[in-house]
Ligand binder design. Structure first.
Ligand code: SF4
Length: 750
């Protein structure tokens, strides 16, 4: 490796060349806030740099459990400061070489290629051919098939032949886990082979029983990888085909876990090891991926890999994806947060949106994300100074002082906008529905898990409006409105930065002021406004839809330098007017990319999402989903469900829906629903409970990484999962919906 071999902490008194796993130290300050109370290493590190790896010693199980407590400290040398993409102030694609997948070119000189994966049994040639065609017809450029054995490898020959006979040149990719021999066979029939460095060669090797790993052990493992991978590399080179080095956060090899912990650093090291073997044989037709079900980890891992490639002078394309994103709006938002953030950085040459849906449905969000990337190209602001360590991979949230008289949520606030007319037209029940509040049978109005935190009232308040707003303030829900005679006590007066700058001194008032900035203000102008208004919080509302990520980065860079503003909570207020050719799905993807690109970097303490194409219910629901996808505010059960593939052992979509219906009311609980045992448990890196197919009609249940119930008939497995959640004290009964309809008549209309 050009940067030298990755080394781990060498204990001074443990004899020469011993790599040890000492006891866990307290969490680093450079960790992400995590609602479950776990810390998560997100510090910068580079494979080949001097690394100090701290991991809990003991069994693999303990090390797996220690994943969230692992701290990795990097001492870097010679890495260009903060370089992980071409520019921080505008969207510019990272320059890569072109790698051909069949006839589809992948790289910075070409449009971003879309891809998906079949869910049929690969050995069912008819069904697989039909599904590939359906995906191609929907606009997917590349299709992957699971190839778990020789039967599937041989089926690839017939699938390819049938597709060509029917006029479909869609490149096929074989997805390989554990089986180098199978990879060699199917390489003759497909256009690209995906290997997983976590399990291609040493995935089954266990380091359960050791507490130390010598440099010789590491070298031996690397030699074994080289021995297993080289024949495939040579074959692909000879046939001018390509490879994806597909690292997965959830299935890192035990050795890598031991050396680096469960971290983006381990993912990078794993990718680079495989890349070096390819390069040793002068094979360069490869693409990297660094997937995780956690968009924040995924973004960090890709950026770290890109940073390392800049350092090494490598120019291999990137395949982007968030694994086990789930389905519906959740899956689209989660994928768009991670993939979108990277595309706006100019990273990514081919993308897959993994949904727990039929694969052809992945085409639309993929195309929408490609549209986001293409639309953003060249957009941004003038170069500016960024003082944070963000570009070096260090994540931290802003340290804010939250007001005591405006009920913001410190994990991320959801704001909504409502016109004066709408306010006037709504009765109590309507207002509660609109804002996600609970109207109890006794007429009391209460907050729920998904109630908005504050509402912005558009227009001048008429006489009498204050009575209705007083009810909201009592909940408490924040109320923001223009200054005027009818503003109730406790409401927050909303002003533009311009109005504050030009206006008189502002008197102290309960609820105070909130100020909107466009992001175009100079740092001095911001300072003057912030000093004058001492706002409870501020809102960044750019006047353009173009380059919002970069406008906001500059805004937060300036804010961080101001005593008057560095600890003031800031909400992102982005609106999405109707645009020809864009529908609701496109807006969800675009907005998730915009907001997500900032939240993953800790910029923004909440959001106000305005969009003409979405109803107020959809906007509220999507806002909470976005905060959850960005690992900020957890308002519902988190489902990590695999997209399913030819290995899936049950109807994943139906089962996931059943599990969601029974357990969807448990905020903070994470449940993985995985189609198979082969790659399943390793992939559910973050889950509290796992529901994993273990045979036809059989399910294993997991608590964290431990299988606790085996071979449960699938008809009984959802009940058994619920029992397990109860046994572990994570269950609460769903709140019964009260008969609001019956009560409305008895409640005075506000
Ligand atoms: S967990 Fe198993 S079934 Fe699900 S996508 Fe991964 S390999 Fe396929």
């Amino acid at each position: 490796m050009a940067g030298g071999p990755a080394t781990a902490f060498i204990a001074p008194n443990s004899g020469a060349h011993r790599l040890v796993a000492p006891a866990v130290e307290p969490a680093s300050p450079c960790v992400s806030a995590n609602p479950r109370g776990h810390s998560q290493a997100v510090t910068a590190a580079v494979a080949g740099s001097a690394l100090a790896v701290l991991a809990r010693s003991g069994s693999r199980k303990n090390r797996r459990h220690a994943r969230k407590d692992v701290r990795v400290v990097a001492a870097r040398s010679g890495v260009p400061e903060g370089v992980y993409c071409e520019a921080k102030e505008k969207c510019e694609r990272r320059k890569t070489r072109t790698v051909y997948v069949g006839e589809v070119p992948v790289g910075s000189e070409h449009p971003i290629a879309t891809q998906t994966m079949t869910t049929t049994l690969t050995h069912d040639v008819e069904a697989t051919v039909a599904q590939v065609k359906k995906c191609a017809d929907m606009g997917i450029d590349i299709v992957r098939l699971t190839v778990q054995g020789m039967r599937e490898a041989k089926a690839c020959e017939h699938i390819k032949k049938r597709l060509l006979e029917d006029g479909y040149k869609t490149p096929l990719v074989a997805d390989i886990h554990f089986t180098p021999k199978v990879a060699l066979v199917c390489a003759d029939f497909v256009d690209k082979v995906r290997v997983n460095p976590g399990n291609f060669a040493d995935g089954r090797k266990s380091f359960d029983t050791i507490d130390e790993l010598s440099e010789e052990d590491v070298q031996e493992a690397k030699d074994a990888i080289e021995e297993a991978l080289t024949p495939l590399v040579l074959k692909l080179k000879e046939q001018n085909k390509s490879m994806r080095i597909g690292v997965n956060h959830g299935s890192l090899a035990e050795r890598i876990l031991f050396q680096y912990g469960d971290s983006p650093e381990g993912m990078v090291a794993s990718a680079i090891e495989f890349g070096e073997i390819c390069r040793k044989h002068d094979f360069h037709n490869f693409i990297f991926s660094m997937k995780s079900s956690n968009p924040q980890v995924m973004v960090n891992a890709y950026r770290q890999l890109a940073r390392e490639m800049y350092k090494l002078g490598w120019d291999y394309p990137l395949h982007l994806g968030v694994t086990e994103a789930g389905g519906g709006s959740d899956g689209r938002i989660k994928s768009a947060v991670g993939i979108g953030a990277l595309l706006l950085d100019g990273l990514g040459d081919t993308i897959r949106v993994s949904l727990t849906e039929d694969p052809e449905f992945e085409a639309k969000p993929c195309v929408a994300l490609r549209g986001v990337a293409e639309g953003a190209l060249g957009k941004g602001v003038k170069p500016f100074e960024e003082h944070s360590e963000r570009r070096n991979g260090q994540f931290s949230r802003r340290k804010c002082e939250f007001p005591i008289d405006v009920p913001l949520n410190q994990d991320g606030s959801v704001l909504a906008r409502m016109s004066v007319k709408e306010l006037a037209d709504l009765d109590t029940a309507g207002l509660c529905n609109r804002l996600g509040l609970r109207l109890r049978a006794d007429g009391d109005v209460q907050k729920d898990w998904k109630s908005v935190d504050a509402v912005v009232i558009d227009g001048m308040l008429p006489p009498g409006a204050g009575v209705k707003l007083k009810t909201l303030l009592d909940v408490p829900t924040g109320v923001l409105c223009k200054a005027g005679p009818n503003v109730p006590e406790g409401a927050t007066v909303l002003m533009t930065s311009e109005a504050v700058a030009e206006g008189d001194e502002l008197p102290e008032r309960l609820g105070g002021y909130a100020v909107t900035f466009t992001g175009e203000e100079s740092q001095d102008d911001m300072d003057a406004v912030l000093q004058k208004a001492s706002p409870r919080f501020i809102l960044l509302k750019p006047t353009t839809r173009n380059g919002r990520t970069f406008i906001a980065r500059r805004f937060f860079a300036q804010l961080s330098q101001l005593e008057s503003g560095k600890s003031v909570p800031a909400m992102l207020w982005f609106d999405y007017a109707k645009e020809d050719g864009k529908d609701q799905d496109d807006v969800v993807v675009e907005a998730s990319a915009d907001f997500g690109s900032l939240f993953v970097d800790g910029m923004g303490e909440g959001l106000l999402w305005d969009a003409e194409d979405l109803s107020s219910d959809e906007l509220r629901e999507s806002s909470f989903n976005l905060l959850q996808a960005s690992r900020m505010r957890i308002s519902k059960t988190e489902f990590i469900s695999c997209p399913s593939c030819g290995r899936t052992l049950f109807d994943l979509q139906e089962t996931t829906a059943k599990i969601q219906a029974r357990t969807g009311h448990l905020p903070g609980v994470r449940i993985a629903v995985m189609g198979c045992i082969v790659n399943g448990p390793g992939e559910m890196a973050d889950a509290d409970f796992g529901y994993v197919g273990s045979g036809v009609g059989k399910v294993d249940l997991y608590v964290n990484y431990d299988v606790v119930k085996r071979g449960i008939p699938s008809a009984e497995a959802v009940d058994a999962l619920v029992d397990l959640i109860k046994e572990h004290g994570r269950w609460s009964d769903p709140v019964e919906e009260e008969d609001v309809e019956a009560e409305v008549g008895a409640v005075a209309v506000l």
